[in-house]
Design a protein around this ligand. Structure first.
Ligand SMILES: *Cc1c(COP(=O)(O)O)cnc(C)c1O
Length: 369
């Protein structure tokens, strides 16, 4: 028997979430961001469900090859552009659109021998200070690109640092607008947070939005808003079972470092899930978890292959449990209760993005819906 842990990917939920994004910005086209192996879901697993997107955005060239092999004929955008000159050959061969964010990438294009001019997205650094040309350098970068026979249509792009928070997007939007207003071409500005939170702003809705995390059922601005507030459904469930139950007396401790001490007689369940499965080791006592669909809490320290949970709420609710009981680490229990990945992430001091991306290779994955 394999260990009872597995992940379930809800393809109906992926379709639903894509629909939610499309509803928020009905006039824009949607890049479904499938980088990092579709945020840990597996590109092959999400592909059918995300076929309704207008394009796929990613940054690993091998992932671009995989989606072409799966039969995707629509646009693919390399959101970090090329890394070395020969990547441009692959762009030609696979028809990839690519971001140009630095002079070195323009140099590579200028030296590239091609029959087919390439579609590029010129990226502005409007304040994030990761990738892109500064606003005052943007126009000269555009002029240089525009003069190259290797370049076909030029579009414009920037990325927001604070679309999910109080600082917002206005300062970056202003920088972008000023430097691009009379340049001809399509625009792409918004990630999930900007798409959901700032959809009232006409500039946010322009041409192409780039939606990642919302597709995968996590609120980009949790805890201010939850996935339910945005009408999103969980796309990944991490599910396992109890493999033991221990009865504790007051003063008994649990696990490495004896981090949890029972104050009263209580039952704890031992779950086949640990940090080697991708569960965050920093999740401490109190992290939410579902047993038989009943919400309870983790107690003690997460170990490599196991973690321990408080069974008191199940006894209080009169729900029988024991060896083999279903445990939902995040996602949807089989009886329907949802534990948002964002709540688990918050308890571990991280974000839903990191948990889904960290799903361990040893976890077997099946798709449903
Ligand atoms: C990852 C990424 C996105 C998607 O961001 P979400 O917050 O997951 O929606 C959009 N644009 C760029 C440039 C990215 O790197």
């Amino acid at each position: 028997m394999p260990r009872p842990i597995h992940a379930i990917l809800h393809t109906d939920a992926l379709r639903h979430n894509l629909g939610r994004v499309q509803q928020a910005v009905p006039d824009a086209r949607v890049w479904a961001v499938v980088k990092a192996n579709a945020y840990g879901h597996g590109i092959e697993n999400v592909f059918e469900a995300l076929r309704g997107a207008d394009g796929l955005a990613l940054l690993d060239l091998t992932e671009a090859e995989r989606v072409r092999q799966l039969g995707w004929r629509g646009p693919i955008l390399l959101i970090e552009g090329v890394f070395e000159p020969r990547d441009l050959e692959l762009c030609s061969r696979l028809g990839l659109w690519h971001v140009v964010h630095c002079d070195e990438q323009i140099d590579m294009l200028a030296a590239h021998k091609t029959q087919v001019p390439q579609r590029v997205f010129l990226k502005m650094n409007s304040g994030m200070n990761r990738l892109g040309f500064a606003p005052q350098r943007f126009r000269s970068a555009w002029a240089r690109l525009n003069a190259l026979p290797q370049v076909d249509e030029i579009s414009f792009m920037t990325h927001f640092s604070d679309a999910d928070g109080p600082r917002g997007i206005a300062h970056q939007m202003a920088a972008f607008q000023t430097a691009t207003q009379d340049l001809p071409g399509e625009r792409s500005l918004s990630n999930s947070a900007a798409t959901l939170r700032h959809a009232g702003d006409a500039q946010v809705r322009v041409d192409w939005v780039r939606a990642g995390i919302a597709l995968y059922g996590s609120a980009p601005d949790f805890p201010e808003k939850t996935m339910a507030d945005w009408g999103l459904l969980p796309t990944m469930t991490l599910s396992s079972r109890l493999i033991a139950v221990q009865q504790l007396q007051p003063g008994d401790t649990v696990g490495y470092g004896s981090c949890f001490t029972a104050e009263a007689p209580m039952a704890i369940g031992v779950v086949a899930c640990g940090y080697a499965d991708g569960y965050p080791r920093h999740a401490g006592t109190g992290t939410p978890v579902l047993v038989q669909g009943v919400r309870t809490r983790l107690v003690g320290r997460v170990s490599m292959d196991m973690l321990t949970v408080d069974l008191t709420p199940l006894q209080q609710a009169g729900v029988p449990c024991g060896f083999g009981s279903e445990v939902t680490l995040w996602g949807r229990a089989s009886e329907g209760t949802v534990l948002p990945i964002d709540e688990v992430a918050q308890a571990a001091g991280t974000v839903g993005y990191e948990l889904m991306c960290a799903l361990a290779p040893r976890i077997s994955v099946r798709t449903e819906g």
